[in-house]
Design a protein around this ligand. Structure first.
Ligand SMILES: [Cu+2]
Length: 131
């Protein structure tokens, strides 16, 4: 396995205190080894028709039952189904949207625990335009 992701990137993704890091120089997480978002529908910053579901692609499978996905309209949470891993690929999650979204700005707020135990989180802002 190739190792050598820059320290800054590793901390951005993992956010654990420096004092806890006891790894040999150069043995830091590789993007291919580390859990992160690799894509989504809607994509970040996209403007889309009202989506019936959200899809998130990750670089690896999260720990079981650790995935949390919330859809926010400003400060208000939009009702959704639970995050469900695709049967054919446990790196892909879908979330059913509970209602037809009106025009406006939304934010997908996700969090999961990587296989290495690190909690990784992110946000995917997007806009809905009604055709
Ligand atoms: Cu990690």
């Amino acid at each position: 396995m190739r190792l050598g992701r820059p320290v800054a990137g590793w901390f951005r993704n993992c956010a654990i205190p420096l004092g806890l890091v006891l790894v040999p120089a150069g043995a830091l997480d590789d993007p291919a080894l580390h859990f992160s978002l690799s894509g989504s529908e809607p994509a970040a910053e996209a403007t889309v028709s009202p989506p019936e579901e959200l899809r998130l692609w990750f670089t690896q499978a999260p720990q079981d039952h650790s995935m949390s996905v919330r859809l926010m309209a400003g400060d208000a949470a939009v009702e959704t189904g639970p995050p469900i891993a695709a049967a054919e690929d446990d790196r892909v999650y879908s979330v059913a949207v509970g209602r037809t979204l009106e025009e406006g700005g939304y934010n997908i707020v996700w969090r999961a625990m990587a296989a290495d135990g690190h909690v990784v989180r992110g946000e995917i802002p997007f806009k809905v335009r009604v055709p």
